[in-house]
Ligand binder design. Structure first.
Ligand SMILES: N[C@@H](CCC(=O)N[C@@H](CS)C(=O)NCC(=O)O)C(=O)O
Length: 199
């Protein structure tokens, strides 16, 4: 089996170096360039993503793109790592829900706040950042991780993002979220991934 992560340092693909380390996978990294805001740079021909974005995973030449698809694909591929409940586990539904919520609600709500965009209730499929954060806080007040007592790839996505944007004015301040983010990133695989990311 050949796994290749198409990656650009200090971007969303950094979380997938972390996930691959968590899973104990054997993989290669192909570094590409991406278009930064305001840049006129063209697409990197070494990146097969339809819009030149990262992350992309290649599994024996088959392309998987979009963070949530890659997270689910990888945790299914390495079930023994216990980072994503499999079909038949009662936590599978909540796991899929949190993954989809990350892409469909959490990221758009952060971006709407950052861009100072209105979020029209009844039209947008997501909610304002305060409402989204209140849901996270209510969940994490009851349990250490999104699925209960055990860390999963859903926490890797949410916790990694919260840790990155801890100081951002768009995130309502919350001790529960700060402690959660610290818990999520305080892991040996994250430390290894950061060294690989910066290396
Ligand atoms: N919807 C994509 C978003 C990926 C994304 O926007 N990645 C950024 C890096 S953090 C990127 O590649 N930006 C370059 C561009 O937009 O052309 C996913 O979830 O994987």
């Amino acid at each position: 089996m050949t796994l290749t992560l198409i990656h650009c340092p200090q971007t969303r693909s950094s979380s997938f170096v972390w996930l691959l380390e968590e899973l104990g996978a054997t993989y290669d990294i192909r570094r590409v360039t991406i278009r930064r805001a305001g840049s006129e740079e063209g697409l990197d021909p070494a990146n097969p993503h339809p819009h030149g974005k990262v992350p992309v995973l290649l599994h024996d030449g088959v392309m998987i793109h979009e963070q949530v698809a890659i997270a689910l694909y990888l945790t299914d591929l390495f079930p023994q790592a216990g980072l994503g409940p499999v079909v038949g586990d009662r936590r599978r539904g909540p796991y899929l829900s949190w993954l989809a919520y990350y892409a469909g609600v959490a990221e758009p709500s952060f971006l709407s706040a950052f861009m100072q965009m209105e979020v029209p209730r009844g039209t947008a499929g997501w909610v304002k950042v305060d409402e989204m954060m209140a849901h996270l806080v209510a969940t994490l007040e009851k349990q250490p991780y999104l699925l209960g007592d055990a860390f999963s790839a859903a926490d890797l996505l949410f916790g990694g993002t919260f840790s990155l944007f801890a100081q951002s004015p768009i995130l309502p301040k919350s001790e529960v979220i700060a402690a959660y983010a610290a818990r999520c990133v305080d892991r040996p695989a994250r430390v290894r991934a950061q060294a690989l990311d910066n290396g």
